[in-house]
Every structure is written in C-alpha cells, then in structure tokens.
Design a protein around this ligand. Structure first.
Ligand SMILES: [Zn+2]
Length: 183
C-alpha cells in the first residue's frame, strides 16, 4: 500500500507544498472529484480523522459541495484497498469516538498507512566523483557524512558495489565475517 501519488492524477495541478497522505484505496474517489476540481490547484489529499480530505486553495461552491459529498462516501471505502469498509476507532471517551480513526475493510482493520511513509520518502544524497590523481583514471566518490551516519557505515567498512542493468549502482555493507574473507 502506498499513498496516492501525483502521478496517479496526471491531469491535476498541485500547489507547491501539496500534501499527499491518503491511501490508494481512495484513488477512485479522488479521480471522481477531479471532474469538478479541473485545473484548480490541489493543496492536500489526505486522511483526517479516518476520512478522506481534499483541499483546494479557493474552492467554488460547486467544488466544495461535490468534494464534501465524496469525502463523506470515503467512510464506506477501505483506504487501503478500495473495497467496502467502515469507519473504525478505539472505543469511546466521554461518549465520543476515540483513538486511531481509520476507514477499513475487515481484512485491513490493522493496516496502517503511516508505517509506509518512510519507504516512500526515499532519501537521496549527491556525491561528486573526483579523479583519484594516481594517473590510472580511477574515480573517488566521497560519501556524505549524513549518509554514513544514516546507514551506520564507517571508515574501514567493506562495501559491496553492484551495477544493475538499468545503470543503478547499489552499495551495501558486507557483514563482518564476509568482509574478512574478501580482504
Ligand atoms: Zn481493505
């Protein structure tokens, strides 16, 4: 499960700081809303108190009305898979629904969307290749300290270097015993 992405809505315009934190299960609802949204910039497509929220900068009355109606229907659509769902929460507090609110089918009752946030927001760093200066054309890549800290790598570690068919290079740290073998 991932959040609805800008690419899922190719005709939409987004505000620069648009926030997209709504599960893919609601994509068809959002696409339905696009009929009235048109090219109005979208500020947020998110989950709020278990329901879908679509926010525009300055919605027309017609846009507001349609979006409100679609948001209401999200209470019956599983945010994860789009199947029939219901709004769930953790008991009552002072007679009011309390705790984690989410709209889910029976299968996805406990599936969280925020667990997946880290996977989607992959971090990236920029590293510049430098000539090693030894005359044989080798390049040195200095890995930024933030990256090293994040990965738990340090000087002396052995990194495995792989070039994939699509040109992507992967670096992974070899385990202590394996690194010992290769040296
Ligand atoms: Zn579901």
């Amino acid at each position: 499960m991932i959040y609805i992405q800008k690419e899922d809505l190719p005709t939409a315009s987004f505000a620069l700081d648009a926030r997209l934190y709504a599960g893919q299960g609601w994509l068809s609802l959002v696409r339905e809303a696009m009929v009235v949204i048109g090219s109005s910039p979208i500020h947020a497509i998110r989950e709020d108190a278990g329901l879908l929220r679509i926010e525009l900068g300055r919605p027309t009355p017609e846009q507001s009305e349609t979006i409100k109606e679609i948001q209401k229907r999200s209470a019956q659509v599983c945010e994860i898979c789009g199947e029939q769902g219901s709004l769930r929460f953790e008991g009552l507090k002072n007679g009011q629904p309390a705790g984690w609110h989410r709209t889910r089918c029976d299968e996805h009752v406990d599936t969280r969307t925020d667990d997946l946030r880290g996977k989607i927001k992959a971090k990236s760093w920029l590293a510049v290749c430098q000539d090693a200066g030894d005359g044989n054309g080798d390049l040195l890549v200095y890995l930024p300290p933030d990256l090293l800290a994040e990965m738990g790598w340090q000087a002396g570690d052995t990194l495995d270097f792989n070039v994939l068919a699509n040109g992507t290079i992967t670096l992974s740290k070899l385990g202590a015993e394996k690194a010992g073998e290769s040296s």
